[in-house]
Design a protein around this ligand. Structure first.
Ligand code: IMP
Length: 191
């Protein structure tokens, strides 16, 4: 069975990927702790490519990476690639966004995910991008998830990501949709 390294140090993310990659015949590992990749690209795509390419070259195996974030129209797309660095923790990041949107009527926003898969020699072999549209609500709702989930109300369900169970979030989330697009190609490579 071929190995696939997830370019991330987040245990929660590997559990999410294991579910999404069910059926793809690979052994999934988190990137080795010794590998540090600086996320200094100017787009989500650049960051995803950089992470997958460095991890594949260093492990000499296939690597998959994603870079994601939330873009808010009234804030000209911010926090964007700075989503994870917008304040020191999730609570403060949410507070900052709500403060910056105070009095703003246009609350539209989208989550975006770019996914990149590299071959063991570091070459980009697959790329995918997907968005999930919604609105930033005034008062956080829901207990699940992470990050901006409690303030992002998905457009069609009117539920916040934090009110969804994992299966529903995977169905409509940016990451779930981006990964689903490349499942046929992943099956060709790994099965
Ligand atoms: P990364 O792509 O894992 O580096 O995530 C970037 C940041 O975007 C996270 O730290 C969160 O702040 C935010 N983010 C990305 N996806 C989600 C999501 O599904 N829900 C909530 N926040 C998210």
């Amino acid at each position: 069975m071929k190995k696939l390294y997830l370019a991330s140090k987040n245990q929660g993310k590997i559990e999410e990927y294991k579910k999404l990659l069910l059926g793809v015949n690979c052994q999934l590992f988190l990137q080795p702790k010794s590998i540090e990749v600086e996320e200094n690209g100017s787009t989500f795509r650049e960051n995803a490519i950089k992470k997958a390419s460095e991890v594949s070259k260093k492990t000499r195996n296939y690597a998959i990476a994603d870079d994601s974030g939330i873009c808010i129209d009234a804030l000209n797309g911010k926090p964007g690639i700075y989503s994870s660095r917008y304040a020191e923790n999730d609570k403060k990041r949410i507070e900052r966004v709500l403060m910056e949107l105070d009095g703003e009527e246009n609350r539209s926003a989208f989550f975006i995910a770019n996914i990149c898969v590299c071959s063991p020699d570091g070459e980009v072999i697959l790329e995918s991008e997907a968005k999930c549209f919604g609105n930033i609500i005034q008062n956080p709702r829901g207990k699940s998830g992470f990050g901006y989930d409690p303030i992002f109300e998905e457009l069609s369900s009117k539920l916040t990501f934090a009110e969804m169970n994992n299966n529903l979030k995977d169905l409509c989330s940016h990451r779930g949709k981006a990964l689903k697009k490349i499942i046929p190609q992943l099956l060709t490579i790994f099965n």
